[in-house]
Ligand binder design. Sequence first.
Ligand code: PLP
Ligand code: COI
Length: 365
Amino acid sequence: MNTPTKTAFQITPKADRASPAERASLLANPGFGRVFSEHMAVVTYTEGKGWHTPQILPRQPLTLDPAASVLHYAQEIFEGMKAYRAPNGEALLFRPDANARRFRHSAERMAMAQVPEELFLDAVTQLVALDKDWIPAADVGTLYIRPFMIATEAALGVKPAAEFKFLVIACAAGEYFSQDAGPVSVWVEERTVRASRGGTGEAKCGGNYAGSLTAQMEAKANGCHQVLFLDAIERKWIEEMGGMNIVMVFDDGTILTPPLEGTILRGITRDSLLTLARDKGLTVREEPYAIDQLYADAKSGRLKEAFACGTAAVVTPIGTLKSAEGTCVINNGKTGEITTALRKALCDIQYGRAEDTHGWVKQVS
Ligand code: PLP
Ligand code: COI
């Protein structure tokens, strides 16, 4: 299905665009978040006037007043989504409406202006249409799209800003984790927490990620790729990882993931995988799961598989969990069958290789 575009963006194409050979060399092995496409979308909000001056410009530095609220009080939210190259060369987006909706919820939580979903989708589709050549080949990766909003009002009083900018940038993305080493290792964080009830855990705001970085450093120092956070009150219940949700698979084929009770990001990949698991006849449980139970279930063999899921991480198997107390190995450190099957089912839809029975995929024309 084509996505209709309505907002009249003023488009200023970059004058000295990369040659096909330069682009091909940059896209051959892009890593994650370093090879950026050539344009960006920018829309301005002013209280009393609303959203105005929609532009697509050559990607360039921003000019900000040093008193801009985002620099002091962190009024900032973002989204993460991808454009996929279909077998026929077309650009596909996966559930972009869900990102637009979550962006509205994040804005509401952070007392920021609401970006109408239509404006969000228009900015994303028009940027992707212009920078379509920056979508890597399907066997290399995707174009990762980063819509975000910042408070630009120059005012040091602590209050919701009256001026914002909504921007969209994009970068080529290979695997978030190097796949060569197989399943990833995860550090169980017992010292700091990511979110608490009533906090901002469910919003996709930059501050949540800043707060997760000491744990991520600790993970790295302990030889782990990622960090797993526990609940803030009992330090017992598994919540989510630094930048992805977590799913467990049991020997009876049941899938379990922590419930969405305000502290966990409502992952679109999580939701899609739970739907695909139900389609395959698996039983899905959204229930609290204690870390000690996980250790016991991994030991007894009841816990067969665990994986991380998110836009950047896609579906990444977890081979080991480490904490100050020791190491817990899942499925002998190997990728499990259900993890592989769910990853394939999801990617086949995202890349336009399988029938999209849920109406999730939108073609960018
Ligand atoms: N949890 C966190 C903290 C994340 O940053 C992400 C990534 O966006 C997710 C979960 C997964 O969300 P999604 O599947 O919508 O990308
Ligand atoms: C995403 O998956 O889109 C995220 O925002 C997570 C981050 C680790 C890049």
